[in-house]
Design a protein around this ligand. Structure first.
Ligand SMILES: [Fe+2]
Ligand SMILES: [Fe+2]
Length: 275
C-alpha cells in the first residue's frame, strides 16, 4: 500500500448540523489516513464565515489536506464578485491556492480547479478543465518522478446514467484522451452528493465520487466519505456512512453505480517510461 486517502466532498459549511463536523473529525482520527482530499463545495454560499469554518475543521484534523473548489465556492448572485474576483473569498478566508499536490510515497495526488465563473451554456454550475491543466498533470508527474497519479476534481468527467441530464465536465474527452500518458490511476470527484464508483473500462481509471460528507443537502443518500487505499496495483475503496453521530463502514449493496466497498485493479499508466 502506498497510502490511504480520506476522500471528503461537498461539506457545504453553512448547512452543517451542530456537532456533525466534530463527529467526523473523531472518526477520521481513527482511520489512519495519510492525507485528506476534499473535492469541492466546501461552502454553501461562498461566505467568509463558511470558509472560516471549513478552514478550522480541516486544520483540526492534523493531516495534510488538499482541497479544490466546487461551484458553490464562488459567489452565485454577487455578479461583481463572481466576474471580478471569483476566488477572492476562497483566497482571503481559506487558502492562497485553488490547486495543489500531495505526495504519498510514489503516488502523486493532484488537485485541479474545474470551477468557471461563466460558460457558453446556461448551467454555470458545470465545470471545465483546460488544456493547460491537462498538460500540467504530465509535467508534474515527470518533475516529481511519480509512478502514478490520483487526480482530484470537483466535477466528475463522466456521469452515471441517473445523472445523464446533468452536464459533465467540459473537455472531459480531451482529459480521457491523455490519461494513458498522465499515469492517472483514479479520479476522485464530488458534486453528485452520492457515493459511487464508475469503472470506465478500456484502460481508463476508475472514477470515485464521495457523497456529501457533512451537509444536510445529501439528496437522500445520507452523509458519507470514502477511504481510498492506493496500492501498487490496485485501489480499494470503502465508504464510511453516517449513522446518527457515528460513522460506520457501509454494508455492501449490489448495484453497479453504488459504491460501498469495492476494489479496482489499476495499471501504472505507462510508469515504465519513468526511470
Ligand atoms: Fe455540492
Ligand atoms: Fe457542486
Amino acid at each position: 500500500m502506498t497510502g490511504r486517502i480520506a476522500h471528503l466532498s461537498d461539506l457545504h459549511f453553512g448547512t452543517v448540523e451542530n456537532g456533525l463536523d466534530a463527529s467526523l473529525a473523531e472518526d477520521l482520527g481513527e482511520q489512519g489516513a495519510d492525507a485528506v482530499v476534499v473535492t469541492g463545495d466546501l461552502t454553501q454560499r461562498a461566505q467568509a464565515d463558511e470558509f472560516t469554518a471549513a478552514r478550522r475543521f480541516l486544520d483540526g484534523l492534523g493531516l495534510p489536506v488538499l482541497a479544490v473548489p466546487g461551484n458553490h465556492d464562488i459567489p452565485a448572485h454577487d455578479l461583481l464578485a463572481r466576474f471580478g474576483d471569483p476566488f477572492g473569498r476562497w483566497h482571503a478566508y481559506f487558502s492562497p491556492s485553488t490547486e495543489g499536490m500531495i505526495a504519498l510515497g510514489d503516488t502523486l495526488v493532484i488537485g485541479l480547479n474545474t470551477v468557471r465563473r461563466m460558460a457558453a451554456h446556461l448551467d454555470w454550475s458545470a465545470g471545465r478543465i483546460s488544456h493547460e491543466q491537462i498538460a500540467s498533470i504530465v509535467s508534474a508527474r515527470t518533475e516529481r518522478r511519480a509512478r502514478r497519479v490520483v487526480l482530484a476534481l470537483h466535477h466528475p468527467p463522466v456521469h452515471p446514467d441517473w445523472a445523464a441530464h446533468r452536464r459533465p465536465l467540459g473537455r472531459s474527452r480531451a482529459l480521457r484522451a491523455t490519461l494513458g500518458r498522465t499515469g492517472v490511476v483514479a479520479i476522485l470527484a464530488g458534486h453528485l452528493h452520492r457515493p459511487l464508483m464508475l469503472e470506465q473500462g478500456r484502460g481508463l481509471p476508475p472514477q470515485i465520487v464521495s457523497g456529501s460528507s457533512l451537509s444536510h443537502r445529501h439528496d437522500g443518500h445520507g452523509n458519507s466519505y470514502n477511504l481510498v487505499d492506493v496500492g501498487a496495483s490496485r485501489i480499494d475503496v470503502t465508504v464510511r456512512q453516517r449513522r446518527g453521530m457515528r460513522w460506520l463502514a457501509a454494508p455492501i449493496r449490489p448495484g453497479p453505480a453504488d459504491l460501498e466497498a469495492v476494489s479496482a485493479r489499476v495499471g501504472t499508466g505507462g510508469a515504465e517510461n519513468l526511470s
